[in-house]
Write a protein that binds this ligand. Structure first.
Ligand code: ADP
Length: 584
């Protein structure tokens, strides 16, 4: 089913509501709070006038006052700064935000940036919370708001079970699109914990969700990218012209090949990966595979009563996951992650110190949950589910004190009810509650990869809990179990209005990155402030990875226009030392 005209993101909290938000900040003649590097005010003014000619004045916002920096809510996210800042909030900030209306606008903007040698930071929605949101790595870059005007679901193909979307399409948008057209009986999406981010942004950051299609990058198929010189490029089968296309039409108007969303690799070198966590292009379309409704579903929670059960639980998980008895991306959550969704710290304790084991046991008793809580689901017709569930129960319930629950058993357990939706691809924003654990709550994610093993998992847990507690913070975290590894996500929650609390969070993450590297653990994704540090830990053979990344960067983007410093890759014009992020 092709939807050539698509929808202008009319659903949920996606680009719809944001599209019609009057841009705040200064008019196009205003003076920005921060200029781009090596740019005088006069040159900036000239650039802004020219970019307004391309996209229209209504799509240009100069960030000239504190007003735009007041958007600090996930539901109304800033497009110009990091809402969850560990530096003062004026640090990671754009000079202006420009919203292209279509692919030719993007091409025009990128060419203009090359002419003026002004850096640009593309984002789709800016809900990359915990990793920097919409903010640029280089203060004063132009923020390129891809989601405001480009929010169409371009195709949902029911036979091939794939969709093609623009940057502004959020997980909620695509889910609602399927529901409104009665397509959810046929197709499901996969969603991360929070459904308000864009599919493209999350996928190219290699984010995860929790159905069997949880590895978003694995499930993407086909990209359309504007390269740093303005060329429009289609990946994989998109390189093959569609015979129905009129070759005289501009490339962006030509329909993509019918196998674009079906086969990822095409012919010859496979380049899609270089556009993930990268600074080599602006993604304007992407295909993704949708999961065929499995015809039956049952989610569950298994609670484990002791902190020290962790080792045994992980040893049980590994064989089940690697053999796909655990079909989806399950999670093993620390008690405080669940407790924080259901309340804030003050609801449980008057202490402002890290909670003790005794206090954690009391919370477990109060909420009727475990010190560790495992959330999974089985998919398929009942006989299939029954057999899988019997193996799962038999395996986990060997742990003394463990208990098995289904959502019907615990209607008041908010987390179990929300996970029941998430594990079948229904987006939510409820999980955001845990950020309010502390007043003015914000978070950083420390996200090391771990083996699915008791020894590794326990060692990472003990180390990260110890560092959090040394800084006076509670450990809040979860193990997200992939096909062969775990993303151990440590949620470093701090009070963003308290400089001391911000410093502590910054100290915890930098210390943990160094601790982890010593033990051979690396992170899969990170916040702007520590990208360089993590990139430096991937140092095998005299930083061979970085040297290749820099070569590619300088070859494709010789003026260093797109996202300089992203994931530690600096173009030759920049000296990383000049952009060191001090602990404020
Ligand atoms: P979300 O969609 O989850 O709100 P963002 O829009 O903040 O996430 O995107 C996260 C990061 O992904 C951005 O900071 C940027 O580095 C990259 N990114 C997002 N969208 C694009 C895009 N369309 N083209 C290139 N890079 C992008």
């Amino acid at each position: 089913m092709k939807q050539p005209d698509g929808l202008q993101g009319e659903n949920g909290i996606g680009p719809s509501s944001e599209a019609f938000r009057a841009p705040e900040g200064g008019g196009i003649n205003a003076r920005p709070l921060t200029l781009p590097p090596n740019t005088t005010l006069a040159k900036f003014g000239e650039y802004i006038a020219r970019v307004a000619d391309i996209v229209g004045q209504e799509n240009v916002t100069v960030i000239s006052s504190d007003a735009e920096l007041q958007h600090d809510d996930y539901l109304d996210p800033s497009k110009a700064h990091d809402m969850f800042h560990i530096t003062p909030k004026e640090y990671f900030v754009s000079s202006a935000v420009v919203a292209p209306r279509n692919v030719p606008d993007v091409q025009g903007i990128i060419r203009l940036c090359n002419e003026f040698e002004i850096p640009i930071w593309p984002f789709s929605i800016g809900r990359n919370v915990g990793y920097g949101g919409s903010a640029p790595r280089v203060p004063g870059s132009i923020g390129l708001d891809m989601g405001r005007n480009m929010g169409k679901v371009l195709e949902v193909n029911t036979e091939g079970a794939f969709a093609v979307v623009e940057p502004g399409v959020t997980f909620m948008d695509l889910h609602n699109y399927l529901v409104e057209r009665n397509l959810r009986d046929q197709l499901w999406i996969d969603t991360p914990d929070l459904g308000g981010g864009s599919i493209i942004g999350n996928t190219i950051e290699r984010g995860v969700g929790y159905t069997p299609y949880g590895d978003h990058w694995m499930m993407h198929c086909g990209m359309e990218v504007v390269l740093p010189d303005g060329t429009l490029w289609r990946s994989g089968m998109g390189g093959l012209p569609n015979p129905k296309a009129n070759p005289k039409d501009p490339p962006h108007e030509q329909p993509w090949n019918e196998t674009f969303g079906l086969f990822n690799y095409g012919f010859g070198p496979y380049n899609d990966g270089i556009f993930t966590q990268a600074s080599l292009g602006i993604v304007v379309k992407m295909g993704l595979w949708l999961m065929v409704n499995p015809g039956g579903y049952q989610s569950y929670m298994i609670t484990f009563s002791k902190d020290k059960d962790l080792h045994q639980i992980l040893e049980i998980i590994r064989p089940l996951r690697v053999s796909m008895v655990l079909q989806n991306v399950p999670t093993l959550r620390h008690i405080l992650l669940d407790a924080a969704v259901m309340g804030n710290k003050k609801d449980y304790s008057s202490s402002d110190k890290p909670l003790t084991d005794e206090e954690l046991d009391a919370i477990a008793a109060k909420l009727n949950i475990g010190r560790w809580n495992f959330y999974g689901a089985v998919y398929g017709p009942k006989p299939v589910r029954d057999v899988l569930l019997s193996v799962i129960k038999q395996s986990f319930l060997q742990v003394p004190g463990s208990k098995y629950y289904e959502p019907n058993d615990m209607p008041d357990n908010l987390v179990l009810q929300v996970r029941d939706g998430t594990l079948q691809g229904i987006p939510t924003t409820t999980e955001l509650n845990w950020v309010s654990w502390l007043p003015n709550g914000a978070h950083l994610f420390f996200s090391p990869i771990s083996k699915v093993s008791g020894d590794d998992g326990v060692a990472q847990y003990e180390l990260s809990r110890k560092r959090c507690e040394e800084a006076g913070l509670d450990f809040i975290g979860t193990f997200v179990v992939g096909m062969r590894e775990m993303h151990h996500i440590v949620c470093i929650v701090f009070n963003r209005k308290d400089p001391e609390s911000r410093r502590k969070a910054h100290w915890v993450i930098t210390t943990l990155i160094a601790d982890a590297a010593e033990r051979g653990w690396g992170e899969y994704r990170t916040h702007l402030a520590v990208m360089d540090q993590i990139a430096n830990t991937y140092s095998f053979n005299d930083n061979a990875q970085m040297r290749l990344n820099e070569k590619i960067k300088n070859a494709l983007d010789p003026k260093g226009i797109i996202s300089p410093g992203k994931n530690g890759v600096w173009p030759k014009q920049y000296n990383a030392e000049d952009y060191k992020v001090p602990m404020h």
